[in-house]
Design a protein around this ligand. Sequence first.
Ligand code: NAD
Length: 541
Amino acid sequence: MLKGFFHVPKAVNEPVKSYAPNSPEKAAVQAAYTTLWNSQIDVPLYIGSEEIRTGNTKTISAPHDHKHIVGKYHLAEKQHIEKAIANALEARKAWADMAWEQRAAIFLKAAELIAGPYRARINAATMIGQSKNIHQAEIDASCELIDFLRYNVEFMTQIYNDQPKSDSTVWNRVEYRPLEGFIYAITPFNFTAIAANLPASAAMMGNVVVWKPSDSQVFSAKIIIDVFKEAGVPDGVINVVFGDALMITDTVLASRDFAGVHFTGSTHVFKDIWAKIGANIHHYKTYPRIVGETGGKDFIIAHPSANVKQVTTGITRGAFEFQGQKCSAASRAYIPQSLWPAVKEQLIADVKSMKMGSPEDFGNFITAVIHEGSFDKLASYIDQAKKDADAEIIVGGNYDKSVGYFIEPTVIVTTNPKYTTMETELFGPVITIYVYENAKWEETLELVDTTSEYALTGAVFSQDRYAIEVATTKLQNAAGNFYINDKPTGAVVGMQPFGGARASGTNDKAGSALNLLRWASPRTIKETFVTPEDYRYPFLG
Ligand code: NAD
């Protein structure tokens, strides 16, 4: 064990590169894109020191060109999940005891590998496998992931530094132990950064992990695994398995050593997992930690004093970047009658100017949605809106899956504030707008608060400070991330800790010390220097 109280480098946010024409980063990512586009990767299960190829495989293709195959990945059977758990528990013996600064060094190195030698590759993999345009790939796969790693290392040291009082007679210490058992990380398709962060944050705190990535994110998951390996994450600390989500989850939750789940994905899946943990509770060695960030029905509300261009840009960027496939994406908006004609005109013009196609063409703002299931679901809601008397599509509304899963950015206007697309998370480039009477500002805030089961993000646009104050108060529980005069997406690690309550999750704020605390089990150590040797207190006379 090294002697010294060490300070980690001060965390700084990774600057977002521009990818402007002729920039070196643009050339680098285009070259990486071409290489990966022409590759045939073969992704095994990573269990302990082994790479296991089961032979039972699924192909990986690009959502914007779904017939183009870029590789395959191997699917686990039950025995592989049991093996992954056994390997994790074996690795725990050394990992849980390793000095924290060694763990910190591994994840700081991972951050710098992504910032430098892996940047173009992880961005290109995210562009191909998840159909992000270069800006969306850069702010996710590079910047947010680098920030998660750097800041979490700093937060870990803040946690370790948080120590109780002592006096001259006793010395009190709190040791932040990893949880006793292993952590199960289940990750979504839509953020490469989240996919890496859910296993990494738990591992950083000394835990061992079984990680199940989304079937729709395997291409960039492979790069994350390569980075973790090169950074020095020891074998068995993060075991990666792919395959039948139900089978994997049931096998994991059946283990007596299951100590926690770190989940991001849809609400119904998380609730099912919670219920299963409850049903198994008598079986576990310890109460499992349950951390989940789930769906959203994120809102924008404009006050009559708002600036039209700012509101419209909040809607276009907030609703349509990455095809609306962000948990934070604006998907319902409330616009006052007085502003509506101008907002409508600008919105239609802006949406019509958006180019849609492959992320390889940097001029495309919109690319494809993630898979056929999502495409079909979105198409059916759009078709229904075309039929419903209380809904009107004012721009967009077309879709085509012949080459890729392309859905036009679509704006629905409804006269019914409880219309289905005002309440239901669609997870695509569709926003629904309700136009309210100017005099009904407070009633409309009430509608915003009560219309959906979620409470993830929301934004108010206003130039009137009283209106901002009323909205901030009335919508206190409507969003875990609340924005004033800004779009409700794009939270930055270290600046806007992210997460929501109600049906949106446990609100443990990814990218903050609050989240890391969930992966520690504090042990209090009291040491008495002069220990009593007689039971009699003075009051006994
Ligand atoms: P999803 O729920 O379909 O999948 C998430 C993960 O759960 C995947 O790994 C999937 O394979 C697994 N899974 C699916 N069914 C399962 C089951 N029955 N048991 C166990 N695991 C199962 O979600 P997705 O489509 O990948 O991601 C989109 C969802 O994630 C949206 O609802 C979005 O709002 C949410 N999300 C939330 C946040 C947040 O921070 N709140 C961030 C990103 C995404």
